[in-house]
Design a protein around this ligand. Structure first.
Ligand code: HEM
Length: 216
């Protein structure tokens, strides 16, 4: 009953985290088995997700539930766009397309952003705390596998210029989660949405795995 909400949400999504992490696409990508095209295609999918997360940040800033979470230093869309210009060329928007699984994920984020602040918090946590954590592993591998400049174009998505100390930031983020202004029942619903957020990520990885296979 007294478990801090940050612990609750982390523990509850532990299994889904392991599943997302161990999808064939992620293992192949991190194992150096895929080309830069697969990495670029994945980055394109992230563009749709972050547009849904950040495109609606205005109204969310006025809800007492979401407002403390809306931190400009987290915004990723400009960085993704710079990465895509590097990966796909200046004309990157012309060939951008969402996989059906990505569209479903982005639609769900947008729906929460418009009508359910608690649900939005679940998606916010799942993405940004993940990017600040495991995202760093992905950056390191990507730099080595495809020769991007350290923390430069191609991997800027993973570089939070405005966050000097990620460990301290994550601690303060967990405090925000612990103080989220909702009742116990709503906390349970947020945990449920977090599990869905992980499942939606896994679906995107599975779809990417069908498009790019190390065995192909
Ligand atoms: C191969 C891919 C991944 C790796 C290697 C990885 C690795 C990690 C690691 C090492 C942590 C713990 C960091 C810490 O305790 O400070 C972490 C936390 C986290 N990851 Fe991942 N991760 C991966 C994929 C994902 C995905 C796909 C998501 C969801 C979109 C995700 C979401 C999270 C979240 C939300 C946390 C924070 C847990 C918490 O402390 O509350 N991760 N990840």
């Amino acid at each position: 009953m007294d478990t801090p909400f940050s612990t609750l949400i982390r523990t509850a999504s532990h299994e889904q985290h392991a599943e997302a992490e161990s999808t064939t696409f992620m293992s192949d990508l991190l194992g150096g088995a895929l080309g830069v095209d697969a990495y670029a295609r994945y980055t394109e999918q992230l563009w749709f997700v972050y547009r849904a997360l950040e495109g609606t940040a205005g109204p969310l800033a006025s809800s007492p539930v979401t407002a403390p979470f809306i931190r400009p230093e987290l915004f990723r869309l400009p960085e993704i766009e710079r990465d895509l210009a590097h990966l796909r060329g200046e004309n990157w928007r012309a060939r951008l397309s969402a996989l059906p699984a990505t569209q479903a994920y982005a639609d769900r984020v947008a729906e929460c952003a418009q009508s359910w602040p608690g649900g939005y918090v679940a998606h916010h946590y799942t993405r940004y705390l993940g990017d600040l954590s495991g995202g760093q592993v992905i950056r390191d591998k990507a730099e080595k596998a495809w020769g991007f400049t350290r923390k430069g174009d191609g991997v800027r998505f993973y570089v939070f210029e405005g966050i000097e100390n990620p460990a301290a930031f994550k601690r303060s983020y967990r405090e925000l989660l612990d103080g989220v202004r909702v009742d116990e029942l709503e906390k349970q619903r947020i945990v449920g949405e977090c599990k869905l957020a992980f499942a939606l990520n896994t679906d995107v990885f599975k779809a990417l795995g069908e498009e790019f296979s190390s065995a192909a």
